[in-house]
Design a protein around this ligand. Structure first.
Ligand SMILES: NC(=O)c1ccc[n+]([C@@H]2O[C@H](COP(=O)([O-])OP(=O)(O)OC[C@H]3O[C@@H](n4cnc5c(N)ncnc54)[C@H](O)[C@@H]3O)[C@@H](O)[C@H]2O)c1
Length: 256
């Protein structure tokens, strides 16, 4: 039997926030491979441009826009520029986030400036980008938004967990609000995954503790696990799913 490559997102335009590295780069890579025209929107413009040019091979189209998702006006003009130059938006992955260990500290220890910073990026960033793309998606007959929550949004350590609980809430809220425009909104909640920034930041015994004591599945979670789940939720195979947060975390924490 002949293998036929399915370009699932051919003619689609996708924005991946925080796509310069980590999961975001994996999402951009997978969307390019599925035929989408991808824009990486990242506050680290140099790294975003490097990432985009590394993906613009073999006919794939990936570009970069330097933008801080917590800056409402910057997001509005970035999205307006994308719509003007590429013709619209079909997929948005709200991936940009602050996740350093220090944002999980107790509220009586962490500075208010750090609390505000993590809420501005992880919560307001999702609101800014989702609202900015709505009308462009509606004009194309619908679209898909995928948010990056976290298992911290279930276990709630400090401001980071609070921000990811809010992302779960925003996923339900935007699913309701945007459904009339045929826009599906879902989230993936990763467990502890081995992205470079997480591995550089974590106490060395934390990964072993997750695998041995917390997860049901005894292996390290990998960025590819998250990319696969995200690509499912962005695809037409998930066309009847909206407002859901899918944990991809080796079975921790389990809740009914
Ligand atoms: N890695 C994990 O274990 C894990 C677990 C649960 C959830 N998550 C979530 O997944 C997402 C990605 O995680 P990662 O490990 O790939 O992170 P990462 O640190 O490797 O990459 C984050 C990217 O976002 C960009 N970014 C940060 N703030 C930004 C802003 N204000 N505007 C635009 N871009 C900004 C950074 O420049 C970077 O390119 C985050 O939302 C994170 O909270 C990660």
């Amino acid at each position: 039997m002949q293998y036929v490559e399915v370009m699932e997102h051919k003619d689609k335009i996708a924005i991946v926030t925080g796509g310069a590295r980590g999961f975001g780069f994996g999402f951009a890579q997978a969307l390019c491979a599925a035929g989408a025209t991808v824009v990486i929107l990242d506050r680290d413009g140099d790294e975003a441009r490097r990432a985009a040019s590394s993906l613009s091979v073999d006919g794939a189209s990936c570009s970069a826009v330097s933008c801080d998702v917590s800056d409402e006006q910057a997001v509005d003009s970035a999205v307006a520029h994308i719509v003007e130059t590429l013709g619209g938006v079909d997929i948005l992955i709200n991936n940009a986030g602050l996740l350093a260990n220090r944002y999980s500290a107790d509220f009586s220890i962490i500075s208010r400036a750090d609390v505000r910073a993590v809420l501005e990026v992880n919560v307001m960033g999702v609101i800014n980008c989702s609202v900015a793309v709505r009308s462009a998606m509606a004009r194309r007959g619908g679209g898909v938004i995928l948010n990056l929550a976290s298992i911290a949004g279930y276990t709630i350590p400090g401001p980071y967990g609070l921000s990811k609980l809010a992302v779960r809430g925003l996923t339900v809220s935007f699913a309701r609000e945007f459904a009339p425009d045929n826009i599906r909104v879902n989230a993936v909640a990763p467990g502890l995954m081995a992205t470079e920034s997480v591995m550089a930041d974590l106490p060395s015994d934390m990964v072993g503790h997750f695998i041995n004591d917390l997860q049901l599945l005894k292996r390290q979670g990998l960025p590819g696990d998250i990319v696969d789940a995200a690509m499912f939720l962005c695809s037409d195979k998930a066309s009847f799913i909206t407002g859901e947060t899918l944990r991809v975390s080796g079975g921790f924490p389990l809740e009914v």
